[in-house]
Design a binder for this molecule. Structure first.
Ligand code: NAG
Ligand code: NAG
Ligand code: NAG
Ligand code: NAG
Ligand code: NAG
Ligand code: NAG
Ligand code: NAG
Ligand code: NAG
Ligand code: NAG
Ligand code: NAG
Ligand code: NAG
Ligand code: NAG
Length: 582
């Protein structure tokens, strides 16, 4: 790739100046949003495109209203994934006290006049109904704000008609940022490759959409009731009014669906989720406060006796030493919970299956041990920042070097040129091989280039598959943009920027531009044949199309292609080492 110019990271411009590369920034310029086109209509609708330009406050005439007649519906397209609260301005009705409804969908696949896409493990979410007593504006209650949708369908099942003179959405993501400054990033990226530029900014925007008012998290109304065992659930009730954490903003995993960043309860994955979403945030919006609010809520509900955590990430992104100090005892407790699973081989024996929802995550698993190795090294680094010299610190270093030795002795297959998942299998996972490189569990450069080549050899037309997450009863497997972000790092660390960029274009290009995607945010997972089925879920409609863990290229293109990396605490030291590919 020929780089024309790259700017990144450094808030180098005074706030009065124009925002660079603003043509790529997807964040809306105002919180009041209107649809940009009509996607579909059913039944008798007069003047369907009238509401594309009007607002509920403008004075309507016959050319600026849309009339829904008996049994009709109309799907609007906002052009990109958004979040917010719907208002409708009714101008006239054939009778008082009627209802009109709306449904939401991120993907065009789930556009329907009967239901929204899903937030529960089964079924589809219920229509949001408005009671229309007569002319005037109706606005959804705050607990009926929707965390992510691109398509909005207005549904009229009455026998008369309703004339609507305005439709708008009040955008609710990034609640702590000023209404007209949602696109004021502090970091940017630019190259001569339009697709790569769009991918960088879509990653930044995905994390913005995943940043919500913590008083309006998913209430999970039917948790443990509507699950895969309920095959025909329809009309599932949903509210978004669960308080996730204190503060005025928080980072969640799936924008339409989740309460908080997920990662499945093990501390060794603490480095994992956050090593994708946080750097993406740091290099674009630098909205570190939302990350800290989410982390605080995590440690608040840590199991105080075992140290087990409810989710995961690389903490302390801001160089905020006092914040680090308050969480340090809990951090150590969590680490020691993980260390208690190391056995006489020197490796951790994983006994709880939860990770990123892949299967077979047990025993002397290569990924879990690579992450634990990485976390021990990180913890040692943090201890030195805090001047903690307690005996456990040298135990961490010793344990880390034993893990490295044992993993290479027991799990490296020299013939295949990759690591096996555990000693009882020939399966060579994407996650564990990528993590072995990322964590420097490898002993030499030839292991790294071998893993890079073998992983590349597996790509399908839609991206890099994870054989450790097969799709049951098929010969395909899951594509996890989360795990592929670690594969991208593997290719960069193998000094093959060319391979990494080819994978970004192939996989994230598909995720951006497929007609079933949002053309603006990144999906949490799909299948290696390109279908929108994510094997860990029974319910395809539940898949999130705005997922922080899928935003790897944003930070990785800054860190490796532009080559800008922070190397000292709190941004005190930088390394600039661009890596050009084509
Ligand atoms: C409505 O649109 C038609 C055709 O464009 C135009 O002739 C007419 O003047 C418009 N009416 C109003 C009230 O704006
Ligand atoms: C909903 O869409 C179906 C076609 O999928 C159509 O038959 C039905 O009339 C529509 N209902 C409304 C209220 O528009
Ligand atoms: C409409 O509903 C309101 C409130 O529920 C009620 O007071 C009113 O009588 C109803 N009007 C008609 C025509 O049904
Ligand atoms: C799944 O849902 C069924 C029906 O509501 C319920 O009886 C069962 O306990 C649920 N199972 C789990 C694991 O939550
Ligand atoms: C959907 O559920 C609501 C209650 O949340 C109920 O009033 C409505 O009748 C249900 N609709 C259908 C079609 O089951
Ligand atoms: C959330 O909203 C639902 C539906 O309106 C309501 O029943 C529930 O009490 C609300 N919960 C909280 C905590 O406000
Ligand atoms: C909010 O902060 C208070 C005081 O620190 C704490 O007790 C409470 O658990 C926090 N609430 C949440 C939802 O984190
Ligand atoms: C070892 O790895 C294989 C392949 O992923 C898996 O099927 C098996 O369950 C794993 N063993 C354990 C104990 O998890
Ligand atoms: C891991 O621990 C479990 C539970 O204690 C045990 O059954 C299993 O054999 C151990 N696996 C290995 C590879 O040691
Ligand atoms: C650690 O010690 C160094 C040298 O004494 C000191 O400059 C630094 O402020 C200390 N850091 C902390 C977090 O106490
Ligand atoms: C990775 O490990 C090797 C030894 O296996 C060591 O020589 C090298 O310095 C390590 N690299 C980094 C970046 O820590
Ligand atoms: C996708 O978005 C880009 C701008 O980000 C726009 O130029 C392009 O036309 C959109 N594609 C589709 C199919 O809407």
């Amino acid at each position: 790739m020929k780089l024309l110019s790259i700017l990144t990271g450094l808030a180098i411009l005074d706030s009065g100046l124009a925002i660079p590369y603003s043509e790529y920034i997807l964040a809306p310029k105002s919180r009041t949003l209107h649809p940009v086109s009509v996607h579909n209509t059913w039944g008798p609708v007069t003047n369907p495109s009238a509401l594309l330009t009007t607002s509920s406050t403008s004075s309507p005439d016959s050319n600026t209203t849309t009339t829904f007649h008996s049994t009709s519906s109309l799907t609007y397209d906002f052009g990109l994934n958004i979040a917010g609260i719907v208002s409708l301005n009714t101008v006239s009705t054939s009778a008082s006290n009627q209802t009109i409804g709306v449904t939401f969908s991120e993907s065009s696949l789930w556009v329907s006049n009967k239901s929204s896409d899903a937030t529960a493990d089964a079924g589809k979410d219920e229509i949001l109904w408005f009671e229309i007593e007569g002319p005037g504006v109706v606005t959804a209650r705050k607990e009926k704000g929707r965390g992510a949708f691109r398509y909005l369908t207005v549904v009229y099942e009455g026998t008369g008609s309703i004339e609507v003179g305005g439709l708008e959405v009040h955008y609710t993501a990034m609640p702590h940022w000023e209404d007209d400054k949602l696109g004021e990033y502090t970091g940017w990226f630019h190259s001569d490759d339009d697709l790569l530029n769009r991918i960088w900014y879509a990653g930044a925007y995905t994390n913005q959409l995943c940043t919500i008012d913590p008083h309006y998290g998913d209430a999970l109304v039917h948790i443990f009731q509507i699950n895969a065992s309920v095959s025909d659930a329809t009309n599932v009730t949903w509210w978004s009014n669960y308080t996730i954490t204190n503060g005025s903003s928080a980072l969640v995993d799936g924008a339409k669906r989740d309460r908080i960043v997920w990662a499945g309860g093990k501390f060794q994955t603490l480095s994992k989720y956050m090593s994708i979403a946080i750097p993406g945030i740091v290099v674009s919006t630098n909205d570190v406060v939302s990350v800290e609010n989410s982390l605080t809520s995590l440690f608040d509900i840590q199991n105080p006796s075992t140290g087990q955590l409810p989710y995961a990430g690389r903490p302390f992104p801001s160089g905020n030493i006092s914040y680090l100090r308050t969480l340090w005892p809990k951090y150590k407790l969590a680490l020691h919970f993980s260390l208690s699973y190391i056995d006489s081989t020197g490796l951790m024996n994983v006994t709880s299956p939860a990770d990123w929802l892949r299967s077979g995550m047990g025993g002397h698993n290569i990924e879990a041990n690579a992450i634990l190795y990485h976390t021990l090294n990180q913890a040692t680094l943090l201890a030195s920042v805090l001047n903690d010299t307690s005996p456990s610190i040298s135990y961490w270093s010793l344990t880390a070097s034993r893990i490295k030795q044992a993993a290479n002795a027991l799990l490296w297959n020299n013939e295949a040129g990759m690591y096996i998942d555990n000693e009882t299998t020939t399966l060579m996972p994407q996650d564990g091989n990528a993590w072995a490189v990322v964590s420097n569990l490898t002993l030499n450069a030839s292991q790294i280039s071998s893993i890079s080549e073998k992983l590349q050899g597996r790509w399908t037309a839609f991206g890099a598959p994870a054989p450790e997450a097969p799709v049951p009863s098929s010969n395909i497997s899951t594509i996890s943009p989360f795990i592929t972000s670690f594969e991208l790092q593997t290719h960069f660390l193998a000094s093959s920027a060319h391979t990494a960029l080819a994978l970004i274009r192939r996989q994230w290009g598909f995720m951006l531009t497929s007609p079933l995607m949002t053309n603006s945010t990144f999906i949490e997972g799909y299948s290696s044949d390109g279908s929108l089925h994510y094997a860990p879920y029974a319910n395809d409609a539940r898949i999130s199309h705005a997922h922080g863990w899928s935003t790897g290229p944003t930070s990785l293109m800054t860190f490796y292609v532009a080559g800008v990396q922070v190397t000292g605490k709190g941004g005190g030291e930088w390394r600039i080492k661009p890596m050009l590919g084509i």
